[in-house]
Design a protein around this ligand. Structure first.
Ligand SMILES: Cc1cc2nc3c(=O)[nH]c(=O)nc-3n(C[C@H](O)[C@H](O)[C@H](O)COP(=O)(O)OP(=O)(O)OC[C@H]3O[C@@H](n4cnc5c(N)ncnc54)[C@H](O)[C@@H]3O)c2cc1C
Ligand code: SF4
Length: 487
């Protein structure tokens, strides 16, 4: 049996062929010199790697080195397909035997067979095929319940007047000696070694071991999954977690296999413990979105990352790049940026409709946003950023994987959250002192990109609406003046 080299995002049992297989784990400090990561992300990754090394004991060789190259000898070594182009290039250069990827549901060749020859690649089509292929939530060849997608029953605003959802908190993570060692090392690297981090340190909030990850999965399926669908898109200032699973970090560290996550969710539906609408919506995130984004990373050309169809060339302003939430008055953006600063995690809608939407409206460079998300969130990896940020969030690919830009004004945020009530801006106002930067920013975005968006049939109506605005000139001037200053 070969010794299995486990990258720091290949930490679950499914990356070994046999529970006794010898392993190699490498902790490279150079990774943290190259990029400024969130402090809590650095902690989580190192903690997970060191916990896995400790669990494997004598079975694993655990090397701390400046670079991977110093630690890896190819003889008798194998590795599962890594998750970035740079890591795959390294594996090739070192001459290590490489196996197909693990930790995703659909095989690469099946994705390629599905995608080849299609003009626009749409998650919903891929998802249906994946359900059929893997027999998930199916009755023969038909979807359980008769419909593939039950979103019409999901995506409600938050309950009126609620400060938080009435759901039990997930099992707390107890830090141990390994975490204490990681914290000491990171403090020292920061103090003596010139390594910098983003955001604030804080207690570890996400699983670093398989035991912790399984406890979170069990708790989610039992207590939160039933409410997942209805509140999937809702935001409350007093409840960052809502009914989300918080499983992206352990999934992306490889601590959980997505197949087991999906099986547990489906079993809850079959046992009558969770409604189909929530279970279908959740399973779509995993075998649909997560896999789709993974495959697009490899399917699109490497230059996709630099796509710039909207000619967005703005730099990320320092207040945003450095998570200076206190500089921001817009309540939604201040709260979400503070969430990234303090936890390295916010759920999907704050990422897409608050952070991404603002960058899109202001015309910041998509590639820089992808790099920022990669470094600033605990679950960020290059494979997951590229299509999510460059494609879905910034529409820099002009619709190769989505049908329209995710641009929206303050009315959307008002409907889906409790932010606007306590904000110094008014989501209904376009021009003037209390003009909501999202509402005004939305129209300014349309005005700037009118020629590029007119051909998109889903944007025709908003673009027509633009010319009915009596105050468009004043609005455009106002937003030019606001520019990328903290709103
Ligand atoms: C601009 C932007 C940046 C994002 N950055 C990341 C990132 O760095 N890492 C990351 O894992 N996800 C990212 N996502 C996807 C999604 O927002 C997160 O996976 C999710 O918020 C994580 O919280 P959760 O585990 O509670 O997810 P839940 O809402 O409980 O969803 C369940 C699971 O579905 C998967 N999933 C859902 N949507 C996506 C998606 N679009 N892409 C990949 N997986 C998905 C995740 O594994 C997630 O754990 C991003 C989305 C956007 C729009
Ligand atoms: S009014 Fe505008 S800026 Fe303020 S919270 Fe609402 S959407 Fe955000």
């Amino acid at each position: 049996m070969t010794r299995r080299w486990l990258f720091a995002d290949q930490l679950g049992p499914h990356f070994l062929d046999d529970p006794q297989q010898p392993a190699l784990l490498v902790e490279s400090r150079a990774v943290f010199r190259r990029r400024t990561f969130h402090r809590q992300k650095a902690h989580l990754v190192l903690s997970a790697l060191r916990h896995r090394a400790a669990e494997l004991g004598d079975q694993a060789e655990f090397v701390r080195a400046e670079t991977y190259g110093e630690a890896v000898r190819a003889d008798g070594l194998s590795v599962c397909h890594p998750t970035s182009r740079a890591a795959r290039g390294l594996v090739h250069r070192l001459g290590v035997e490489m196996l197909p990827p693990r930790g995703f549901v659909t095989a690469p060749e099946d994705f390629v067979a599905w995608a080849r020859g299609r003009r626009g690649l749409r998650m919903e089509d891929f998802y249906r095929e994946a359900r059929l292929r893997h027999g998930i939530l199916m009755e023969g060849t038909e979807p359980v319940g008769g419909a593939w997608n039950l979103d019409a029953e999901n995506r409600e605003p938050p309950p009126r007047g609620a400060k938080r959802l009435d759901l039990p908190q997930p099992p707390e993570i107890r830090e141990d000696d390994i975490d204490a060692g990681v914290r000491e090392d990171l403090d020292r690297w920061q103090r003596d070694d010139g390594i910098e981090f983003l955001g604030r340190d804080g207690p570890r909030l996400f699983p670093a071991t398989r035991t912790e990850a399984l406890a979170r999965l069990r708790h989610f399926v039992e207590h939160r999954l039933p409410a997942f669908g209805p509140y999937e898109d809702a935001m409350l200032a007093g409840d960052p977690w809502m009914a989300h699973s918080m499983l992206s970090a352990p999934l992306n560290l490889g601590l959980l296999d997505p197949v087991e996550v999906v099986e547990r969710a489906e079993a809850a539906y079959r046992a009558g413990a969770a409604p189909l609408s929530s279970v279908e919506g959740f399973i779509r995130q995993i075998i649909g979105w997560r896999d789709f984004i993974w495959h697009l990373y490899w399917y699109f050309e490497p230059e996709y990352r630099r796509s710039d169809e909207l000619r967005a060339r703005g730099r990320l302003p320092a207040w945003f790049a450095e998570l200076d939430a206190d500089a921001v008055e817009a309540r939604c953006l201040a709260d979400v940026l503070a969430g990234v600063r303090d936890r390295g995690w916010v759920h999907h809608i704050p990422r897409l409709m608050v952070l991404g939407n603002y960058a899109l409206q202001r015309g910041w460079r998509a590639e820089a946003m992808a790099d920022w998300f990669h470094r600033a969130v605990v679950d960020g990896y290059e494979w997951v950023m590229t299509a999510n940020v460059v494609g879905m969030s910034q529409y820099a690919d002009a619709g190769r994987m989505s049908t329209k830009p995710y641009a929206a004004g303050g009315a959307y945020i008002h409907r889906m959250s409790d932010y606007c009530g306590g904000c110094r801006y008014d989501p209904k106002v376009r021009v003037g002192d209390d003009a909501c930067p999202y509402t005004a920013g939305y129209w300014a975005f349309l005005e700037r990109n009118e020629d590029r968006l007119r051909a998109n049939h889903r944007m025709r109506r908003p673009v027509q609406g633009l010319h009915r605005l009596v105050d468009l000139d004043a609005l455009v001037e106002q937003e030019k003046a606001r520019g990328s200053r903290a709103p």
